[in-house]
Design a protein around this ligand. Structure first.
Ligand code: C2O
Ligand code: CU
Length: 443
């Protein structure tokens, strides 16, 4: 299984076009290379990815490589690069260091650009992958469309206020850019299903009509052992991998999103796709254990060296502002390379927030004081309302400007994001951090 490292060059053109989400149902979308999702990038650990982004939109854009351990300069935020203006190009160069399921999306005007379809998946294979009968990608999204199938643009105070407060959720649930598809599967086979949640705000509490499955992977690749489950929560930005099947010929069932109360209304049970099990085929699926080794970053108790408080407050202008440690667009303290980070993320607000750290994987130590169900490498984790999550992460030698934020895109835009610097050990007196364009403290 020795892999010769390759350089994979991909041209991505961000543009606006009309996209058929279902036969005869067009939306005026944005996407990469005229499709939603954008091309799936498949590569192997050790490969170098070169992406030439051409901006054919009427507005500036960037690409963030969600989950990839890129150098700070390639992170795609407006902190580390000038946004790519209409007609301009930019070249990203990234070495792929970790196997897993990742994704890419803009970090400019995200609430509009991602909602309209600018996102794509990245699958990085490692040297030791379990064998499945099929490897299926599910990029999930929800679009909020009006009666005429057009994106709504809330102009009135109340809808605008609500979208900012709750995040933008819509009723058109898409799998790989299509509305409620039917998926065929062979009887007797076991498939690997990789899920990406590319929605602005929707939580997908996944269920296979109650059928059991195995959770085998998270944001940063495989788990150590498969975890049997009948449902799995996937918050915006997160990935999860499941081993699904075998089923009997003639079976059919729905992949569903069960109601989940994140503090924005319970919602209802929704159908994501229909699965039809056809004629049987021999299976070659083999899972050998452990799937991989994940060394714990922390043994035993650990005292936090940072506290991150996710909160909201009333605003006369916009209804609500979202804050980190009391500030919109917070500037966090420097983090020295090599110093183990234990962060206590507290959420005294009345809504769940999916916390995303750029550029580094973390391990969840506890959720509301309890150890998590399994050890995994994560880059996004749900912080329950009125609760807390403790994480550990190790800043490896990639100094520069990084960020963390709520992955409900409207919350990030409304202030729930932070910028911080990873610094080389000696380099404590570095230049002041550039002031972010949308910094407007309300105090
Ligand atoms: Cu997927 Cu800063 O985000
Ligand atoms: Cu949030």
């Amino acid at each position: 299984m020795n892999h010769q490292p390759e350089t994979i060059t991909i041209d991505l053109e961000a543009g606006a076009f009309s996209w058929e989400i279902a036969p005869g149902k067009q939306v005026s979308a944005m996407g990469y290379n005229g499709q939603i999702p954008g091309p799936t990038i498949r590569a192997h650990v050790g490969d170098t990815l070169v992406v030439r982004l051409k901006n054919q939109l009427k507005e500036a854009t960037t690409i963030h490589w969600h989950g990839l351990r890129v150098p700070a300069k390639m992170d795609g935020t407006e902190e580390v690069q000038a946004p790519v203006q209409p007609g301009e190009t930019f070249e990203y160069r990234i070495e792929l260091t970790d196997p897993g399921t990742f994704w890419y999306h803009p970090h400019t005007n995200e609430t509009v650009q991602i909602e309209r379809g600018l996102y794509g998946a990245i699958v990085v294979e490692g040297d030791q992958e379990p064998t499945f009968d099929a490897d299926r990608l599910w990029v999930l999204d929800d679009m909020k469309l009006n009666r005429h199938g057009e994106f709504t643009e809330p102009s009135w105070f109340l809808p605008r206020w609500l979208e900012r407060h709750n995040g933008r959720e819509g009723g058109a649930i898409l799998v790989n850019g299509r509305l409620s598809p039917t998926v065929q599967m062979a009887a007797g086979q076991v498939e690997r299903w990789r899920f990406v949640n590319a929605a602005n705000a929707k939580y997908f509490r996944l269920s296979l009509g109650g059928r059991p499955f195995l959770i085998i992977g998270a944001d940063g690749g495989l788990l150590e052992q498969p975890v049997p489950a009948t449902e799995a929560l996937l918050t915006p930005g997160e990935r999860i991998e499941l081993a699904v099947g075998p089923f009997a010929e003639g079976e059919s069932f729905m992949l569903e999103a069960l109601p989940y109360e994140r503090g924005a209304g319970k919602g209802k049970q929704e159908t994501i796709a229909r699965i039809e099990v056809g004629e049987g085929k021999p299976s070659v699926a083999t899972l050998s254990f452990p799937l991989r080794q994940i060394e714990p970053l922390v043994a035993g108790e650990a005292e936090p060296n940072q506290t991150v408080i996710l909160h909201g407050r009333r605003s006369w202008k916009d209804g609500v502002d979202f804050t980190i440690n009391g500030h919109m667009h917070f500037h966090g303290q420097d983090v020295p390379v090599g110093e183990l980070q234990i962060w206590d993320i507290q959420n005294p607000s009345m809504m769940d927030h999916p916390f995303h750290l750029h550029g580094f994987f973390f391990q969840v130590l506890s959720i509301n004081g309890q150890p998590p169900a399994y050890r995994a490498w994560k880059d996004t984790v749900n912080v329950p309302k009125g609760g807390s999550v403790r994480i550990a992460w190790l800043p490896d030698n990639r100094p520069g400007l990084w960020m963390y934020h709520c992955h409900i895109l409207e919350h990030a835009a409304a202030g729930m994001m932070a910028h911080f610097r990873v610094v080389e050990q000696q380099d404590t007196f570095s230049e002041p951090m550039p002031v972010h364009g949308c910094l407007h403290e309300m105090e």
